[in-house]
Structure formats: structure tokens, C-alpha cells
Design a binder for this molecule. Structure first.
Ligand code: GMT
Length: 371
């Protein structure tokens, strides 16, 4: 098949899933065409069946806001025509699904027959899409897609509730490439080790929805009881405020901000507990990647997190905003090394039982086949 994939190319779980999916499809023999504003972040290696089409646009002084959605549509039309694309698979409804629907309308005259698969990831529906300023166009783009998928049962159910969507939304959960997130390959990694102190890790794009202040306050409490180190990987708008909070709590010596990094498997392999304090998380891909490396997760109870983390088995789940509860859960795991190890092993196994490329990617292929 010839498959066009559109995603946000910078750091973020939706772009990572889209990229890993495209790589897996290409490995299996499909021609994959990424159509995006820049090269997706995990698309570095060359593959003769992967093609990249950059979306650019004429900069015109009258355009106060350059119409990226239109440039993307135009690029999709060209790529579908030139490369006989069978399926345009767009990740994140706004504005990618809208562009795809418009591209298909333009292409109707060519009888191209291109089909649209839209994968819903989270804030495209739960924050942006349901805002009054985007609601109708988001709903329309979902209704007009030939197939809809969502990354968790939670996201599927909420999408139906919020938008009154009656068509089928297939739940296809996120996945990890365990050949890359391999505990064995990174055994003994010590990149973020701080002596013998347990290392707590958080990875995100530092947006308000991650509520990182909660995990920093939890860490301040942990430090009163245990000698631990906190590592924060990733970057985004909340980072300056979080650095300030760390300084104000006199924790600078015990907290490392790594910024955006590609070295996540090595970093996760040398961490002991993964922390997530989001107020909303349709899935939580970074937590799944940590689990793949055998790292237990302590997370707030939001969105689809319980579909990823099994409370008491692969980690601990605490109420949203409860930094005291998070600190207690972390200290429980720091103090009880066998329990931590058991939960790490259970995490490792759960990913291999349920969330590998081999298990999940065929489900996307089934969706393509069905339309
Ligand atoms: O929706 C977003 O906030 C962005 C998106 C991303 O690109 O990182 O994150 C969402 O999609 C990820 C991949 O499916 C999920 O793992 C994240 O849970 C989800 N984020 C939220 O729901 C906040």
C-alpha cells in the first residue's frame, strides 16, 4: 500500500506514534510518505520506502497568520496524485483531519479514491477540539473521515460523549518498539545516576496539562525522607516556571533539567521510578516507554492512565493534584526495593504482552484494509 502520514513533527507522543507506525509499515513493505512541516523527530534513519514531503507556504505580507492548514492540504493533494496514495492517515484531528478531508474533496475529480484514517490522540479532542472555536470543524472532520481510531478506551468514550459521534471509533492503543526500548541493550546505563541515590524521572513537553509543579512538590517531600534525585527530560512552555519552583524550594542540587533529548532509553534504563502528574492524559506514552525499560510508574489518576498503569502491580496511582499522596507512593517504592523490582518486572512484561509494535501495528493495517 501507499500510505501518507501527517503528524506534528516535534516532540510529542502523537508524532512519535505516527513516526514509529510509518517506520514499521515501511519495514513490512509499504511505501510511506510523511507529509509534515518538518522532519518528524524520530525519523532520522534512511529507509528506501520512507519519503518525506515538507509542507511550506508562500510568505505573503497580508497573511498575519500563515494558513498552514491550506498549505498542508495542497501538499496532500500533490502527494496523493504523484504517489498514488491509498490512505491518508492523519494523527491529531486539528487541523490534520480537516486538511485531509479538503484534500479528498479536491481529489474527487481525479477519482483518486484516497481514504482518510484519523487517529485521535488527546488534547485534539479534550482541550482544543471541544473549545467553541474549533468544535464544529473538529466534529465535521471526524464524521468525514473514513475511519476513526483513538489511543484509549477513555478517549474513545469521551469523544462520543462530547461530540455525539455515533460512528465506530476503533481503540488502538499506543505501542513501543521494544527493540529500541530494550532493558538488556541498556543494562548498566548510568547516564543520570547520582551515586547510589534513587533516580526519579519525568519526561514530557512541559505543558500546563502536565502539572509538573505537583511532582516537584512531591519530590520536596520525598527529599525530607530519602536521598533521591529528580531528572526532568523534555522542554516546553512551563520549563522556566518549573526551574523557578525548584530554586524556590532550594532543590537545585537535587534536580536536573535535561531539556529535549533523544537518549530516552538510556536515561530510562538508569532511572528507578517514573513520575507523571498530569491533570489529563489520554494515554501517557512516556510512561509506557519507561515501563518497557522495567521502570515502575507513579502517576496521577487521569484519563486513560489506568489502561497503561495497573495500580499496585506495575506502579501506583494517586489522585490528581495530590503531591502528598505521590510522595508517599514514591517513598513506599524507595523503601521497599523488592516491591520496586517486582513492579518494574511486571511493567516490563505488561508492555511485551500488550503494547508492542508486533501486536499493535497489524491493527492499523486491519483498519486500512477495512476501508
Ligand atoms: O494531545 C496532546 O497533548 C499531544 C499529544 C502528543 O502529541 O504528545 O499527546 C497525546 O497523545 C499521546 C500519544 O497518543 C498520548 O500518549 C498522550 O497521553 C496525549 N496527551 C494528552 O492526552 C494530554
Amino acid at each position: 500500500m501507499n500510505i501518507g502520514i501527517t503528524c506534528y513533527p516535534t516532540y510529542g507522543g502523537s508524532g512519535i506514534i505516527a513516526t514509529e507506525l510509518g517506520k514499521a509499515l515501511a519495514r513490512a513493505g509499504d511505501e510511506v510518505h510523511f507529509i509534515a512541516s518538518s522532519l518528524p523527530v524520530r525519523l532520522s534513519a534512511f529507509d528506501e520506502r520512507i519519503h518525506f514531503h515538507e509542507v511550506g507556504g508562500l510568505a505573503y505580507p497580508l497573511f498575519e497568520h500563515p494558513p498552514y492548514t491550506l498549505n498542508l492540504t495542497n501538499r496532500m493533494v500533490k502527494v496523493v496524485r504523484e504517489h498514488h496514495i491509498d490512505v491518508l492517515h492523519v494523527h491529531y484531528a486539528i487541523p490534520h483531519a480537516v486538511s485531509a478531508v479538503l484534500a479528498r474533496d479536491i481529489l474527487t475529480a481525479d477519482v483518486s479514491g484516497v481514504k482518510i484514517v484519523t487517529t485521535l490522540h488527546g488534547t485534539d479532542i479534550l482541550l482544543v477540539g471541544q473549545d467553541e472555536s474549533y468544535f464544529d470543524i473538529t466534529k465535521y472532520s471526524m464524521e468525514q473521515s473514513d475511519a476513526l481510531t483513538a489511543v484509549s478506551d477513555y478517549l474513545s468514550a469521551r469523544t462520543k460523549e462530547i461530540f455525539g459521534i455515533t460512528k465506530n471509533i476503533r481503540v488502538i492503543k499506543n505501542f513501543v518498539d521494544v527493540a529500541v526500548f530494550s532493558r538488556d541493550a541498556f543494562a548498566g546505563s548510568s547516564v543520570v545516576r547520582h551515586g547510589s541515590s534513587p533516580v526519579l524521572l519525568h519526561v514530557s513537553n512541559f505543558r500546563p496539562v502536565k502539572d509538573i509543579a505537583v511532582l516537584i512538590k512531591a519530590f520536596a517531600r520525598v527529599r525530607k525522607r530519602a536521598d533521591a534525585h529528580l531528572v526532568l527530560a523534555g522542554d516546553g512552555p512551563e520549563r522556566p516556571a518549573m526551574e523557578k519552583l525548584v530554586r524556590s524550594l532550594s532543590l537545585s542540587q537535587n534536580v536536573t533539567f535535561l531539556g529535549a533529548t533523544d537518549a530516552l532509553p538510556a536515561i530510562m534504563a538508569s532511572s528507578d521510578i517514573f513520575l507523571l502528574s498530569s491533570t489529563l492524559e489520554s494515554f501517557g506514552l512516556a510512561a509506557l516507554e519507561a515501563m518497557a525499560m522495567g521502570v515502575p510508574v507513579v502517576s496521577t489518576d487521569c484519563g486513560g492512565i489506568r489502561e497503561v498503569v495497573a495500580d499496585g502491580v506495575t506502579g501506583r496511582i494517586v489522585p490528581v493534584g495530590d503531591h502528598e499522596g505521590m510522595a508517599n507512593a514514591v517513598c513506599g517504592l524507595i523503601d521497599d526495593v523488592p516491591l520496586r523490582k517486582r513492579m518494574g518486572d511486571a511493567s516490563y512484561q505488561r508492555v511485551r504482552d500488550e503494547f508492542t509494535i508486533e501486536r499493535i501495528v497489524p491493527r492499523y493495517r486491519d483498519v486500512y484494509a477495512s476501508i
